[in-house]
Design a protein around this ligand. Sequence first.
Ligand SMILES: Cc1cc2nc3c(=O)[nH]c(=O)nc-3n(C[C@H](O)[C@H](O)[C@H](O)COP(=O)(O)O)c2cc1C
Length: 443
Amino acid sequence: MDIDAIPRTLPRFSATFDPHTLAEIRRAAATGIYDIRGGGTKRALPHFDDLLFLGASVSRYPLEGYREKCATDVWLGTRFASKPIHLKIPITIAGMSFGALSGQAKEALGRGATIAGTSTTTGDGGMTPEERGQSETLVYQYLPSRYGMNPDDLRKADAIEVVIGQGAKPGGGGMLLGQKISDRVAAMRDLPKGIDQRSACRHPDWTGPDDLEIKIGELREITDWEKPIYVKIGATRPYYDVALAVKSGADVVVLDGMQGGTAATQDVFIEHVGIPILAAIRPAVQALQDLGMHRKVQLIVSGGIRNGADVAKALALGADAVAIGTAALVALGDNDPRYEAEYQAIGSTAGAYDDWQDGRDPAGITTQDPDLAARLDPVAAGRRLANYLSVMTLEAQTIARACGKSHLHNLEPEDLVALTIEAAAMARVPLAGTDWIPGTGRF
Ligand SMILES: Cc1cc2nc3c(=O)[nH]c(=O)nc-3n(C[C@H](O)[C@H](O)[C@H](O)COP(=O)(O)O)c2cc1C
């Protein structure tokens, strides 16, 4: 028998050395440069899609959508601040810097958030008059880089967010490449124009929770104990980090999972450091519960939130609110297929464009080029964001009513099951059709 004549189907590529990996090795060999990009993780990770709601049936009673209310509001900063924040919806806009984003994009975020009754947040680059002017509720980031830090702006803000880290790069600092350091960005950050900027990965004023407590005390004094103080952390060891943020005096903890977007960092950081938000929420809530602080110190979670189902699931796991970054940019018009030819001209395609560090965004959002930025109409883009926030809220309400809840915050882990063993272990809800929650209960 002629063995060679027997037809065979050989696997074409190795799963380990797949075509992308091979291309990356060749790219690294040719250039000697690691890949920097924007966006969040690209590979599939355990996420909210791995959870399902158990709608009401005989054993639970649903609410009638057209007659029975399902409230959506949230208070943030009720622990110490004399002026806590009251939002109409539990979906906030995450911190994204002027520098990473155009002035028009920042203005549009403020407009959209204000129409929807929620807050927006400054970023690693200070507060612009456009965003303060258009944002009814503006959170001011206080960052390791101290770029754009101004005590007057602390007083102009409605809340202050002390940034320890981001989900896309916990343990790393911000990056803004020279292409995006325009005259205005350079002046705000006190940097030379056109030179790559890499922010500090840790704050110079503290080394641990004791010093952080002193810093938070200073921020409260500067702002007359009026403003809520948030502490933002990238998800890595959420139980301990949340407990220490509470010990340091935070009114609100912002927990950002590894799927979270960034304007620019090393690809290896985005894909390999931190844990998915799905795995981080329950330990964070557990820390708050163990300290008797759940719902007293509010928890905002972020990292890959896309729709009302994600919002409802995050809240059911114990969060008080969510924050969105990437999805808000898409709602403004980022990666819009109408710019397909231009995305192709810069080596990308609509829907996959993530070279936000390059500053050549045809949609006028992640750029400082005045001609490109002028393409974004902040009024129309703000309206799109408001529509999107409204749809997310309606979707979350639909789910909550189906589970018999008169407020989004009444959703609870008991309303959820998991589709995979991994998600069941991470979210600490039973695998669908079983009463099995894998895991040891230790964090
Ligand atoms: C363009 C862009 C710029 C960002 N800039 C900052 C920043 O200046 N400070 C910060 O704490 N986080 C920054 N982030 C992270 C967001 O605040 C947030 O944690 C993240 O976008 C949430 O994940 P999502 O994009 O999947 O919604 C940025 C994110 C994006 C997409």
